[in-house]
Design a protein around this ligand. Structure first.
Ligand code: BT5
Length: 325
């Protein structure tokens, strides 16, 4: 606590400097305690200069997410009311689902710097090195279960627009849960649900974004289909700003979605690269190939097969068949 306060005071100081004495007085603690907290900050990776007669000054900060930084200027109504930040977890989605079942309030966000058992869909892995974003949002939407896929579409819109605004790259959505930049995956979404027979009880909306990691952190076979925002933007990305923007975009769209899905679906259509393309779909009930014609009001993909018949696909993996449009 004092550690964070010292950090904030130093950051707010006009000259950048504050003496041990000034910090001690402002916080009502001894100078020895100030010194101990300065040492603790240094051990967390902060560069702190101590200049005689001027005091302490921050010269560099570790590339770590911090509660205070995330909260500062966030200004969301619901999403991020509670934030749990961890250095390492097995999976933020597993943790968020567990917390939700124990009563965690709607809007709780669980974040980790790295995951040891990050999960994709269908038992697949989400490789989670440091330098990226991994987080899950607890939602308790008053919606029937068949509308749950709309939350994934909403999250995809939020992530794609946040990436566009924060990083200035053309992020697009591939149905159902991929965000692509330059045709490569930069983010994946995992929506998990606990439900009554017909109503959603709670949802964990899991979001992984490849931000600043070196691409060779991903194994061959995965690397070729992936990219990072830093690589695409040609600069290191401020993860806190990106995270805040995703949370803001989720916050406003969630409210809209609970009223009517029309606006979200329209935005989704504008940002997606699936509709109008020839696709093959695997991992759903039947493997099929055809023209992706649109999505219905529940977020299912409508595929027109070559015999002219229509199929509504609720889940699966889509490959866009280039050159056969
Ligand atoms: C997804 O699954 O794309 C959902 C990923 C969701 C991850 C978030 S992180 C926070 C939260 N906590 C979790 O445990 N999960 C969520 P899917 O469509 O099944 O794609 C998985 C496939 O993407 C893998 O089989 C790999 O081929 C590829 N992949 C794995 N790690 C990747 C990465 N870091 N970047 C890009 N592609 C990756």
């Amino acid at each position: 606590m004092y550690k964070d306060k010292i950090l904030n005071l130093l950051r707010q100081s006009r000259s950048g400097f504050l003496s041990g004495e000034e910090l001690a007085v402002k916080l009502g603690i001894s100078r020895t305690m100030v010194w101990k907290h300065i040492k603790a900050l240094e051990s967390e990776g902060f560069g702190i200069e101590a200049v005689p007669s001027q005091g302490y000054r921050i010269t560099s900060a570790p590339d770590l997410l911090r509660q205070d930084d995330i909260r500062r200027g966030l200004k969301t109504r619901l999403i991020g009311r509670k934030i749990h930040l961890h250095a390492e977890v097995v999976s933020t989605n597993t943790l968020a689902m567990d917390m939700a079942s124990k009563g965690a309030p709607e809007g709780t966000v669980v974040i980790a710097e790295t995951q040891t058992g990050g999960r994709g869909r269908l038992g697949r892995k989400w490789i989670s090195p440091k330098g990226n974003l991994y987080f899950s949002v607890v939602l308790r939407p008053d919606l029937p279960t068949h509308k749950a896929p709309l939350l994934t579409l909403m999250a995809a819109v939020a992530v794609a627009s946040a990436i566009r605004k924060t990083c200035g790259v053309q992020a697009v959505i591939k149905w159902p849960n991929d965000i692509l930049v330059s045709g490569k995956k930069v983010s994946g979404l995992l929506t998990e649900m606990s439900a009554e027979p017909d109503r959603i009880r709670h949802i964990a909306l899991g979001i992984g974004v490849d931000v600043n990691m070196p691409l060779d952190e991903l194994p061959p076979g995965v690397r070729e289909g992936a990219t990072t925002l830093a690589a695409e933007a040609g600069r290191k990305i401020d993860r806190t700003m990106l995270l805040q923007q995703v949370l803001r975009e989720l916050d406003s769209r969630y409210r809209v979605l609970l009223q009517s899905e029309a606006d979200i679906l329209r935005e989704w259509e504008e940002l997606n690269v699936t509709i109008g393309r020839r696709v093959s779909v695997s991992g759903s009930r039947e493997a099929l190939e055809g023209l992706a014609q649109g999505i219905d009001r529940e977020g299912r993909l409508i595929v027109k097969l070559d015999d002219g018949s229509l199929r509504q696909v609720a889940s699966g993996d889509v490959t866009i068949l280039k050159g056969r449009l």
